[in-house]
Write a protein that binds this ligand. Structure first.
Ligand SMILES: *[C@@H]1O[C@H](CO)[C@@H](O)[C@H](O)[C@H]1NC(C)=O
Ligand SMILES: *[C@@H]1O[C@H](CO)[C@@H](O)[C@H](O)[C@H]1NC(C)=O
Ligand SMILES: *[C@@H]1O[C@H](CO)[C@@H](O)[C@H](O)[C@H]1NC(C)=O
Ligand SMILES: *[C@@H]1O[C@H](CO)[C@@H](O)[C@H](O)[C@H]1NC(C)=O
Length: 403
């Protein structure tokens, strides 16, 4: 079989895709080369924004030098509020200097990470970028009354089209971003869940004495996994069948008494104790990353993190696609035998979502392109993207061989 031209092209394309996606960046490192931004850099780390910036693939950081930062710090904002203000200075799109000066119609609204936190009211998380007279570029809150106080100064670093770091003259002021932000003490777990698609789980918690255990852990570190409304509703008949103590244990099983960012979960695979763990009652599960996805394996079910409701160190709440069933209370449902036994396929590592709260079905053949579509809400890590692309390239390659 003579297939070399096509094959060569495919391999060449694969190589280009692989190289262009290997773009892990580290904002702390980039800024460390410029001591005039040391305060800004320090606060990106202190507010944990640095990790979020590194996780995103396309980002523009509007950096403030030490004197602009000291004007901002004079406002004596809490660290939680400062995080909101600084996140308004991180745009989730690429604006290199060139693009900045070529904005269509001279003005645009760019979405910032403040918008992405869910803390922004309405459109207050957008930054108005406007080309002004004399080549000046102004940056303002979306609602700026026609006045700009922050202007483009210079480009600090640009890695087209992934990361741009631009210096601006002054902090962008925004009443919404500067509004007092509740610290961990004011965090209301059940109302946040209820507002963001986990109302059924929030209702179970509210009616249970398990809630006080969650509340007690908020200040010292808490990670919560809330199953979506659909899967909780499907689980209710089983839940109602449990004793009071077992109900409490199942709910506590959805929390761990430490803060675990998505990045930490991806890199710290292994056994995790939960709020239900007590003496010989293990109630643990295994965290396992699968490309960019993070999976929680209880030996009865495997759930996948499908979104983040709130992430404000020391607490974080994730949405998951299944109820976590502890093996102490539930038996793994024996999967029906597959129609024909087949060897595990290495090329098509399965990434399809499992829905419902049943045990994992036998390995299915998910088409590669479909697999690449299924992702957690905010998974933008370069490493994960690389793995995704690797699978795509491999399947493409296999496809070519099959011709
Ligand atoms: C980023 O760079 C800083 C300073 O060089 C280093 O301390 C930090 O561990 C790096 N972060 C990552 C995620 O590599
Ligand atoms: C940005 O602000 C200026 C001044 O207030 C306004 O004229 C312009 O329409 C705004 N741009 C967008 C895209 O909203
Ligand atoms: C959380 O909000 C709910 C109503 O949304 C309220 O009933 C509950 O008391 C609040 N909990 C705390 C700890 O403030
Ligand atoms: C509830 O428990 C009974 C008795 O153990 C069992 O027969 C029944 O299948 C259970 N129902 C559900 C929905 O698990």
């Amino acid at each position: 079989m003579e297939q070399s031209p096509l094959l060569t092209t495919t391999l060449l394309l694969s190589l280009i895709v692989l190289i262009s996606s290997a773009n892990g960046h580290n904002i702390t490192k980039i800024l460390a080369k410029h001591p005039e931004f040391s305060t800004f850099n320090h606060y990106l780390t202190a507010t944990h924004l640095a990790g979020e910036i590194n996780r995103r693939r396309t980002i523009t950081v509007l950096a403030l030098d030490n004197s602009a930062m000291s004007a901002l710090l004079d406002k004596h904002l809490s660290i939680y509020t400062l995080k909101n203000v600084l996140s308004l200075h991180v745009l989730v799109d690429y604006f290199g200097t060139k693009k900045l000066h070529q904005i269509t119609d001279g003005s645009t609204l760019a979405s910032s990470m403040f918008q992405a936190t869910g803390a922004a009211v309405g459109t207050s998380g957008y930054v108005n970028i406007t080309n002004l007279k004399g080549g000046k570029v102004g940056f303002g809150a979306e609602d700026n009354d026609g006045h700009f106080h922050s202007f483009y100064v210079k480009s600090v670093a640009e890695l087209p089209y992934d990361v741009a770091v631009l210096q601006i003259s002054h902090g962008i002021s925004s009443a919404d971003a500067e509004a007092p932000t509740p610290g961990p003490g004011d965090f209301n777990l059940t109302s946040i869940m209820a507002k963001q698609g986990c109302k059924a789980f929030a209702d179970l918690l509210r009616a249970s004495k398990a809630l006080s255990t969650f509340d007690d852990n908020v200040g010292g570190g808490l990670t919560v996994f809330c199953p979506t409304d659909n899967v909780v509703n499907g689980f209710l008949p089983k839940y109602k069948n449990l004793t009071e103590n077992q109900k409490v244990a199942v709910l506590l099983y959805h929390g761990i008494p430490v803060y675990e960012s998505l990045q930490m979960l991806r890199s710290n695979n292994g056994v995790m104790n939960t709020l239900a763990t007590e003496g010989s009652n293990k109630y643990d599960f295994t965290v396992q990353n699968d490309g960019e996805d993070v999976k929680l394996e209880t030996k009865v079910v495997t759930a996948t993190i499908v979104g983040t409701l709130i992430d404000q160190d020391p607490y974080v709440v994730y949405k998951i696609d299944k109820v976590l069933l502890p093996r102490e209370l539930f038996k793994a449902e024996i999967a029906a035998p597959a129609e024909s036994p087949k060897p595990a396929k290495k090329k098509n590592k399965k990434k399809a979502t499992d829905s419902g709260d049943d045990a994992d079905a036998p390995e299915a053949d998910a088409p590669a392109d479909e697999a690449a579509d299924v992702k957690a809400d905010d998974d933008n890590s370069a490493a994960g993207g690389l793995i995704n692309k690797l699978f795509m390239v491999l399947s493409l390659f296999m496809g070519v061989l099959a011709l």
